[in-house]
Design a protein around this ligand. Structure first.
Ligand SMILES: O=C(O)CCC(=O)C(=O)O
Ligand SMILES: [Fe+2]
Length: 384
């Protein structure tokens, strides 16, 4: 699809917004797949237990530091996907296999070593991921090279985000960790109050500049379960009728990071920054493909600006159900050792699934380069 021809329209200003007063039925934050410092058992992680091995990558075990960082500053994002040669000749050489998971979303690639890509190859990676939405690269060495090299690799795609609450490998605060340790069975407590662990979201949409090309790599995984779900939010937009799409254009929603901080504090963690909220358009345009995508998620979106509360709840519920039920624009990515999953966070939602045997370790690291501030371009009737 052609890139957007119209100038980006900035989303509404977010300064001073405080969502904490808002407690409607669409108010949610769920996080069963990761634990915090309260449940972290250093000895079991480093040495293993009777039933569970030690962590394979102990230098990636989380530490939760006390440092409080200043608010994030706006910056100008350079989108490398715009420079990509669409023939992908620097990304896919001899012997590479590409299997699409479904027609609308997902690919599994073998024969590419991400850490060895040239800059041209990285540009093409950004474009390929924007097109396929989520791509699992097998047999990768990203977890095995020094962390500083992995960080340098990720930094090509944008300014690293430093998460507001997560534990990080010592000395690398910009690496976000998803970690539930061996012998930690507290995840099941979650089901005493919730019926399932599915928590659709795009990452950190409460920030003014949420991520674009995003990398998650496995360090240790359970023997079964713990896949990650992905949804194509551009296709979710395309499935709506033109009349409905038209109505969504021009609407903005508030995204809040307040509840994530509260959840972390409840698990013994702490806030690395003051919580923030941002207002973003409900429909955003991808800067490279020009595709429009729904940009709401039940983890962080709280309400639609200028609608009454019942109206906002009703519309958000419809959009959340539409995304969650659209298994025909979703893919389920199965982790294998040495897998790096790359998604474009601007046009996808994802969810961890807590469905592995209690007490098994699940440990992943995320590189989260931030991208442009979400912007909207006018509705255009699609001809198919
Ligand atoms: O644990 C997973 O499968 C996904 C975690 C997640 O949401 C993330 O890393 O952004
Ligand atoms: Fe996520």
């Amino acid at each position: 699809m052609a890139p957007a021809l119209t100038e980006p329209q900035p989303s509404a200003p977010s300064a001073g917004l405080k969502p904490a007063h808002y407690k409607g039925p669409i108010h949610a934050y769920k996080e069963p797949a990761s634990s915090g410092p309260r449940d972290f058992q250093k000895k079991v992680e480093e040495e293993g237990s009777e039933n569970q091995p030690a962590a394979t990558y102990p230098h990636y075990l989380p530490v939760w530091e006390d440092t409080v960082y200043p608010p994030l500053e706006p910056f100008t994002h350079y989108e490398h996907g715009k420079d990509a040669d669409p023939s992908f000749k620097d990304l896919f050489g001899e012997g590479v296999t590409i299997d699409n998971l479904t027609a609308p979303i997902g690919a599994e690639v073998r024969g590419v070593q991400l850490s060895k890509l040239t800059d041209k190859g990285k540009d093409q990676l950004a474009l390929f991921v924007a097109q396929r939405k989520v791509v699992a690269f097998r047999d990768q060495d990203l977890a095995d090279i020094p962390i500083k090299d992995a960080v340098e690799f990720g930094g090509y795609f944008g300014r690293h985000h430093m998460h507001q609450t997560s534990g990080s490998p010592e000395g690398f605060p910009e690496v976000h960790l998803v970690h539930r340790g061996a012998e930690d069975t507290t995840g099941r407590d979650f089901f005493t109050t919730r019926t399932n662990s599915v928590a659709w979201h795009s990452d950190i949409t409460f920030e003014e500049q949420p991520p674009g090309t995003t990398f998650l790599y496995i360090l240790d995984g359970p023997t079964s379960g713990g896949d990650t779900l992905f949804a194509n939010l551009a296709e979710a937009y395309n499935r709506l009728s033109p009349e409905f799409q038209k109505r969504l254009h021009g609407l903005n929603a508030l995204h809040s990071g307040f509840e994530q901080i509260q959840t972390a504090v409840d698990k013994g963690g702490r806030a690395r920054r003051q919580p923030v909220a941002s207002v973003h358009p409900l429909v955003r345009t991808h800067p490279v493909t020009g595709e429009k995508a729904l940009f709401v998620n039940p983890q962080f979106t709280r309400y639609i600006v200028n609608l009454k509360r019942e109206e906002s709840d009703y519309l958000l519920k419809f959009l959340y159900d539409h995304i969650a039920l659209g298994q025909d624009f979703q893919a389920r990515v199965r982790w294998q050792p040495k897998t790096v999953v790359v998604w474009d966070n601007r046009v996808t939602a994802h969810s961890a699934i807590y469905d592995w045997q209690d007490g098994q370790r699940r440990h992943l690291a995320r590189l989260t380069p931030q991208a442009e501030r979400p912007y909207e371009t006018p509705f255009v009737e699609q001809t198919s």
